[in-house]
Every structure is written in structure tokens, then in C-alpha cells.
Design a protein around this ligand. Structure first.
Ligand SMILES: [Zn+2]
Length: 282
């Protein structure tokens, strides 16, 4: 069995952007959730590490889709857990899998261009670009080797260079595997396709998502009740997290699934057709 293919290895080119890559946020949104979305949900979602071999065989045969939730341990101000990026991406991945099938890999806490080098915040684990690059490349190659043909890298950490690095890996993988589809999305990206700006850093959107999924990990009383929240002190980017609510988090979470699922289903249809055609030629 081939453990890892270097045959198509492109040269590693360092990303050039130095921006942190925060997207603007907005609380005002349209009602864009399909009303019948819940009715289509499957009963269960699947964690890769909990599957037995026969279960994985069936998933790979029927729905060869895998999600790698990718985030960081990073300062998210005084009110939120340092694992916020990864925790939200993991739960969003589980929601998406529950909707369309496939598996979710254990979340990867491995962030590059975090708040530590950018603003010198503590309680943050910064990894090198190369570590992120090769850890992801080997995940993709191994999942392909196992038979998965649609892979989503769901990015909960949005550092600009980190995102570029991950997208570079995904491009390299896609250039090597015409029978597979891989994409890397920031977890707020699908909502942006319908004009909902979700990306921030410990702001109202990330805080709301954590309040929706893990309310025990948010304590807004740790922030001053009123007044400014300067970036250099609190490390918050985007709208004021004191406006956060679990209801807003739930809206963003459901919008993510509603927008992401059709795109993933399109990719699945393509690869299943390619796979069927290849089997027919044997
Ligand atoms: Zn974050």
C-alpha cells in the first residue's frame, strides 16, 4: 500500500499576504434558511475514530466524504475558551455530516499565524507554516488512499497566511488527484454566499456560535459591562461580543449547513460518476 505519494510534489512557496484576514461582520441578515431543512436530516452523524471497519467500508462505498475540522488553540479574549476556533468548526462539521453523510475526522488544533506572533497574546499555540502544510497534506493523501473522494477542510482559524497555506496544500492535492475533489473553506464562507458576513475573532459571531454549541465555555461577565474593548487589551476583532446570543449562533450554524450541503452534494455526484465510469472500464 502506498503510504504517501510525493510523485506530484510541487515546490513549497511561502504565502505573501501579511493581513490577518478578518472578515467584516453584520448582525442584520435575511431569512435565507429553507424551512424544510430539518426534515431532511439523517438520524446520526459519524465520527471517524468511532467507526468499525465495516461501517467505514459502507460509508466509503455510499458517500466517500470526509471533513477535517482545522483550528487552533488561540486567545479569544477573556470571555471565551482558547479552543473556540476548532470547537465551532468541529460542531459545524458534525452538523453538515448529519445532513449529508460521510465522516468527520477528529479536530486538528494546529494554527499558524495566530494571535501570538500577530499581537503577542498568550494562551496561544503557534505552529510553523511547514508543520501545518505537511500535516494537512498527509491527512489528505491518507484519506484518498483510504477511498475518500470528497474532502472538506473546514477552517475555524482565519489567520490570512494560515488560510493561504491550507489552500495551497489543497490545490497541490487536487492537481495530483483528478478523481477526487477537495476544498478548504473558512467556516463562515458558505454563509457569505448569501451575503451574511460571519467571520470575526472572538466577536459577536464566533461568540454566538460557541454559545450555541458549548454555552458552558462562554462567560460574558469576564468582559467589562460597557465601554470600549481595545484590540491591544482584549484581542477582539469584529462586532462587540457582548451582543452575542445562542439564537444568533444557531442561525449561523444552520445557515452554514443549508449553504454548504448542496455544494458538497454536487462534488459527490461528480466523483461517484467518475468512480462508476472507472469501474465500468475494468
Ligand atoms: Zn477565532
Amino acid at each position: 500500500m502506498q503510504l504517501f505519494s510525493w510523485a506530484c510534489s510541487g515546490r513549497f512557496t511561502p504565502p505573501v499576504s501579511s493581513s490577518y484576514g478578518l472578515a467584516p461582520t453584520a448582525l442584520a441578515y435575511k431569512n435565507v434558511l429553507p424551512s424544510d431543512m430539518k426534515q431532511n436530516r439523517k438520524e446520526d452523524c459519524v465520527k471517524y475514530e468511532e467507526c468499525r471497519p465495516q461501517q467505514l467500508d459502507r460509508i466509503i462505498e455510499e458517500c466517500p466524504f470526509a471533513i477535517i475540522p482545522w483550528g487552533a488553540h488561540e486567545w479569544h479574549s477573556l470571555h471565551a475558551a482558547v479552543g473556540l476556533d476548532t470547537l465551532k468548526a468541529y460542531h459545524m462539521a458534525l452538523d453538515l455530516c448529519a445532513e449529508i453523510g460521510g465522516v468527520v475526522l477528529p479536530p486538528v488544533y494546529c494554527g499558524y499565524q495566530t494571535m501570538k506572533p500577530w499581537r503577542d497574546f498568550r494562551h496561544t499555540l503557534e505552529f510553523t507554516r511547514e508543520t501545518v502544510y505537511y500535516l494537512l497534506l498527509q491527512h489528505l493523501e491518507q484519506l484518498y488512499d483510504e477511498g475518500f473522494r470528497v474532502i472538506l477542510v473546514l477552517m475555524g482559524h482565519y489567520g490570512g497566511k494560515h488560510v493561504e497555506n491550507i489552500q495551497e496544500v489543497v490545490k497541490r492535492f487536487c492537481d495530483c488527484h483528478a478523481r477526487a475533489r477537495a476544498v478548504a473553506w473558512q467556516d463562515y464562507l458558505p454563509a457569505s454566499w448569501v451575503d451574511v458576513k460571519g467571520g470575526d475573532h472572538a466577536g459577536v459571531n464566533e461568540t454566538s456560535l460557541l454559545m450555541h454549541y458549548r454555552p458552558d465555555l462562554v462567560d460574558l461577565s469576564q468582559l467589562p459591562a460597557e465601554g470600549e474593548l481595545p484590540m491591544e487589551v482584549y484581542g477582539i476583532g469584529g462586532e462587540d461580543p457582548r451582543k452575542a446570543s445562542p439564537e444568533h449562533g444557531r442561525y449561523l450554524a444552520e445557515l452554514f449547513v443549508a449553504q454548504a450541503a448542496p455544494k458538497i452534494r454536487e462534488m459527490l455526484a461528480e466523483v461517484l460518476e467518475i468512480r462508476a465510469a472507472a469501474k465500468g472500464q475494468l
